[in-house]
Design a protein. Sequence first.
Length: 123
Amino acid sequence: PVSYDVSYAKDRTAAPVFARWRISPGSPAVLAFVLRIAPTFTSDLLVVVPRPGVGQVSYSPDATTAFLPVASGRSDANGSALLPRVAGTTVDRLQVLDGDGNLDRPRYRGPVDPVLCGAPVCG
């Protein structure tokens, strides 16, 4: 399997937090991280990191809102997305297309929570 390293820091003085995503044929098409900026904020920052080679990534803040594209997924430069997320929500969803350019056949369509880093797939 190939490893994909992701790191982030809350500010310039904070030590970065690292996660290693070991990509294998059974790995999910996308991982997500939640950054809690401050306890008094009403929103978090959702960091969406798609698997290299997948297609368009879309987000919906709840179960009834249509998916809106947030990243093309077509290159390392623009595949990831940073999104405001209601603090503590569990109803938001992601859709990740297959990468063949046809905007069809989702590789993943479902809630954000199962792909949040902290799951075993994050290493």
